[in-house]
Design a protein around this ligand. Structure first.
Ligand code: GLA
Length: 388
């Protein structure tokens, strides 16, 4: 949908003659470094050219009116700024409401309501950060509309806090960071322990990043996700009895090998092994990319998938199948991306093979599962911004 269509629709929905301002936050895909942003590890996401638009103008009273083109059935959701709390019946709008409430609670001067119209082209629940994208789109809208003195880093931290507390999803900081800070043509190597980061050029030569959506919506993710966090915490606690560390990813692979007897619970041991090895894989994969060694980068992606499947147990058979089919169809590397339990895989595919790849993987996936896969040839994007 183009900007003019969105603006006209905003005017129509909110019965307004005035043009709204337009904001955009991308979604993200994680190249490698999965499930370690809450373990102090390195993650390596980039923003993608799918995302969330927010169109807004101030209202004369203190009511926020929220509308999403993606969820027309919920209509306009009206909430007074003094009266914001989580409500299941607000459905998708709990994400922007969480942001508004968090900013108010932090003492930012939000002194009137806003009309906000959202439209997103990221598939929901597919592991491409539709939630972080709407959070960042909302928070940059509020910053601009109310002239708030707030840095991008603080907006990222507050968006994570909002999702952790208001929406009760204990996510790490990767998604908000990627949607807020990303840079076109670069991946962002983020140290989630210190929040220091580096932009790494995505020199992919004659290969492209292909996202394949299994079209299996993440079921039960939030509870399984929170369960993984608990398991990692238990493993950390066991290590800490003897070792002076703050996060699981403070350990090297060697230290893990030498100290794994400290963990009695075999599940916790597997979770810890994934985290520690995934961290090293992420560091190695960025080195490989910097050295122009895409083959090694791809190999590490595939190893990441195996670890997510066997040790972290967040994959599902449809994602495993997509990875197998991708490799059979000459992908240089392939893995599930995001939280797992459904959603997407990411594959590195040579440009002259893309057509065949999509045809073959698509056909075989449908033949075996009955589901249709969607393919996205990704271009990278900048972080959240004002569009006009
Ligand atoms: C979700 C969370 C992120 C991260 C990934 C897994 O996307 O929001 O913080 O933990 O899962 O890497």
């Amino acid at each position: 949908m183009n900007k003019t269509t969105l603006i006209n629709d905003f005017k129509n929905i909110f019965k307004s003659d005035l043009n709204p301002k337009v904001y955009f936050s991308p979604g993200r895909v994680n190249l490698i470094g999965e499930h370690i942003d809450y373990n102090g590890g390195y993650v390596f996401p980039c923003a993608i050219n799918l995302g969330t638009y927010a169109l807004s103008k101030k209202t004369k009273d203190s009511t926020f009116k929220l509308y999403s083109k993606n969820f027309e059935n919920t209509g306009i959701i009206k909430v007074n700024l003094e009266n914001i709390s989580y409500n299941p019946k607000y459905d998708w709008a709990n994400y922007p409401l969480g942001i508004i409430k968090t900013l108010i609670d932090e003492g930012y001067n939000i002194n009137s309501g806003l009309d906000i119209y959202f439209y997103g082209d990221i598939p929901n629940g597919a592991g491409l950060s539709s939630s972080a994208s709407i959070e960042l789109a909302t928070i940059i809208t509020l910053k601009d509309m109310f002239n708030l003195d707030i840095s991008m880093l603080d907006m990222i931290k507050l968006s994570q806090k909002s999702e952790n507390t208001f929406n009760n999803v204990k996510c790490g900081i990767m998604d908000q960071f990627a949607c807020g800070m990303a840079k076109k043509n670069y991946g962002t190597l983020l140290n989630t322990n210190t929040l220091s980061y580096k932009y790494v050029p995505l020199y992919l030569k004659d290969t492209s990043i292909i996202i394949t959506n299994s079209n299996i919506k993440r079921g039960l993710t939030d509870s399984k996700y929170n369960e993984r966090i608990k398991e990692c915490k238990r493993a950390l606690k066991a290590f800490k009895k003897v070792l002076d560390i703050n996060t699981l990813c403070d350990l090297t692979e060697q230290q893990f090998k030498e100290n794994k007897h400290l963990i009695n619970n075999p599940l916790d041991l597997k979770r810890a092994r994934h985290a520690i090895y995934e961290n090293q894989r992420t560091i190695n994969s960025v080195k490989a990319l910097n050295n122009g060694n895409l083959k090694l980068f791809g190999k590490l992606m595939t190893k990441s998938h195996i670890s997510l499947k066997d040790d972290y147990e967040v994959s599902i058979k449809e994602l495993d199948l997509l990875v197998d089919l991708a490799l059979k169809n000459k992908a240089i590397g392939s893995r599930m991306t995001g939280a797992g339990f459904g959603g997407c895989t990411i594959s590195l595919v040579s440009k002259d093979n893309i057509k065949n790849f999509i045809k073959n993987v698509g056909n075989e996936y449908t033949k075996e599962t009955g589901y249709k896969a969607d393919f996205y040839i990704v271009t990278t994007d900048d972080g959240a911004r004002i569009l006009q």
